[in-house]
Design a protein around this ligand. Structure first.
Ligand code: SF4
Ligand code: ZN
Ligand code: ZN
Length: 317
């Protein structure tokens, strides 16, 4: 069967939601085109941006790094740097750091690694041990996400980056939107934009150029480009509810191709109605000077809780 785009080469991938049947070359180009389209649609990048790409070593972040590196070559004033956060998850993160270092070397992209240990004095593993067995307490994933975001912002400021690009794909975005509804965090929907262009001296704007690219396509992109990426799951995953949503959305998508786009676009419309009404003002945290919606940022509150646990009765085994 021949590719519906070039009409010349053999098909390797079919998009059920659009009916396109693509050869390898046309598939790779179409993923890159979609990323470029998202960048321009949401006004994510400027020609002279210094972009810190959050690279975890997984398929999404390696694909994003590769695509942004290609785009950057067309803009001599732009710069791409890889930022890797080492949370301190034995074996799992060690492998990811090694894999991302390899690809950065291959692309000739500088890589900066920051660790939870260096920034917060504790590894994620140590934090996880402190909360283990405590009911109703923090979970590793709950503090990992908050502390990783803070680490990226700190590292991006250190290197003078003007944007932080993260590799959240269409599936991630859809799952987060649905999770916000389930948790009753309806006001957060107004903040789930793929691009936060209004930065402050303390907050480096974030962009998500893969926000309209389905997960299976970033995986295939990474595979076809020959990247060696991490496929092992973090030992602290899965978060039960997110996994259920993932399965639910995957089933809907299989039975009704295009559902992810519809969910995403519906929330996007909702977010545009809510613009300005739901965004809390960011101020500097009184403890760390990082952006915060109150006097003390969420990360500092979590860290103080985690550090306090050392002094409390030890958690049950
Ligand atoms: Fe962090 Fe949870 Fe992801 Fe593991 S699964 S890297 S603990 S957010
Ligand atoms: Zn083709
Ligand atoms: Zn703080």
């Amino acid at each position: 069967m021949l590719c519906t785009d070039c009409q010349r080469r053999e098909v390797i991938f079919t998009r059920p939601y659009s009916g396109e049947r693509l050869c390898q070359q046309c598939f790779l180009s179409s993923v890159e085109r979609r990323v470029r389209k998202a960048i321009s649609k949401y006004d994510m990048l400027r020609p002279d941006d210094k972009i810190a790409v959050a690279v975890s070593g997984g398929k999404d972040s390696l694909s994003l790094l590769h695509i942004l590196h290609r785009i950057e070559r067309e803009f001599p004033q732009a710069e791409v740097i890889a930022l890797t956060v080492d949370e301190g998850i034995p074996k799992y993160r060690d492998e990811a750091v090694t894999l991302s270092a390899k690809i950065c070397e291959k692309l000739g992209v500088e890589q900066i690694v920051v660790s939870f240990q260096e920034l917060y004095g504790l590894t994620l593993q140590e934090m996880a041990t402190r909360v283990k067995g405590r009911r109703g307490e923090l979970t590793p994933c709950s503090f990992c996400g908050v502390l990783r975001r803070k680490a990226l912002n700190i590292a991006a400021k250190r290197i003078g980056a003007t944007k932080v690009a993260t590799a959240h794909n269409l599936d991630d975005e859809t799952h987060t939107m649905l999770l916000n509804v389930i948790h009753g965090n309806i006001l957060r929907l107004g903040r789930t934009e793929p691009s936060t262009t209004e930065g402050t001296a303390a907050f480096i704007p974030r962009v998500k150029p893969l926000c309209e690219t389905p997960e299976e396509e970033t995986t295939l992109y990474a595979y076809l480009r020959g990247f060696e990426f991490q496929s092992a799951q973090c030992p602290h995953a899965p978060q039960a509810l997110r996994t259920e949503i993932r399965e639910f959305v995957a089933k809907l998508e299989a039975n009704h191709p295009g559902t992810r786009f519809t969910i995403y676009q519906s929330f996007e419309k909702l977010a545009s109605f809510m613009k300005g009404t739901s965004k809390p003002k960011l101020a500097a945290c009184k403890l760390c000077s990082e952006p915060s919606v109150g006097d003390i940022c969420e990360a500092c509150r979590m860290l103080s809780r985690l550090k306090g646990m050392e002094k409390e009765n030890p958690a049950p085994p």
